[in-house]
Ligand binder design. Structure first.
Ligand SMILES: [Zn+2]
Length: 191
């Protein structure tokens, strides 16, 4: 899957979890942190790819940093696309979010679950691609949905099915979520 699809999916899922679980009262900080957090977490597994979108967001040093990160994480689709990577990232995120000061008024549990869902969905959606993911890293075998020998019907990253079907559907879902929860969103943003 390409960066834009991962980002749309992570953002939509993080937001969906937030809007479904939130008690609507004025709290723009949590909403903003959920949107930023789930958006970044959706791109995080691809830090092992020097060409990944997340590195383009960093000016000047982004390209070099991407190459270094790729070497450190053993090349594309390795530890960051595994269960082990998912657990390690969750531990780091949990500690990071716990360090947020109380006066930022961010609901930490909600934020943590949103970013965790977003990261996890990146792995799940990559599992639907032809390449699959090394979910049991350091065991090097790639797994996917549906499993071999049916990998032929899996999605090809960046091709028509992703661009013309998957990406638009995710965006429509996000739009529907925003419109159908507009009253809730208003009470979160305005006093
Ligand atoms: Zn990926």
């Amino acid at each position: 899957m390409t960066g834009k699809t991962h980002q749309a999916l992570g953002l939509t899922a993080g937001f969906a979890w937030y809007i479904a679980s939130v008690v609507p009262y004025y709290n723009p900080a949590t909403l903003a942190s959920v949107l930023v957090g789930s958006s970044l977490a959706s791109l995080l597994p691809d830090i092992d790819q020097p060409t990944a979108q997340i590195w383009h967001k960093i000016p000047i040093f982004g390209h070099t940093a991407g190459k270094v990160a790729s070497k450190m994480t053993f090349g594309h689709r390795n530890i960051t696309h595994s269960l082990l990577g998912f657990i390690l990232v969750n531990i780091c995120l949990c500690n990071l979010i716990l360090a947020f000061p109380e006066y930022w008024a961010i609901d930490r549990v909600t934020l943590f679950i949103s970013v965790s869902i977003s990261y996890g969905l990146h792995l799940l959606s990559d599992a639907f691609t032809v390449e699959g993911i090394p979910i049991l890293f350091p065991y090097q075998r790639m797994f996917g949905i549906p499993p071999k020998p049916f990998e032929g019907i899996r999605i090809q990253s960046g091709k028509w099915f992703e661009n013309l079907i998957v990406f638009p559907i995710i965006n429509i879902v996000l739009l529907v979520l925003i419109i159908s929860n507009w009253d809730k969103i208003k009470s979160i943003l305005f006093k």
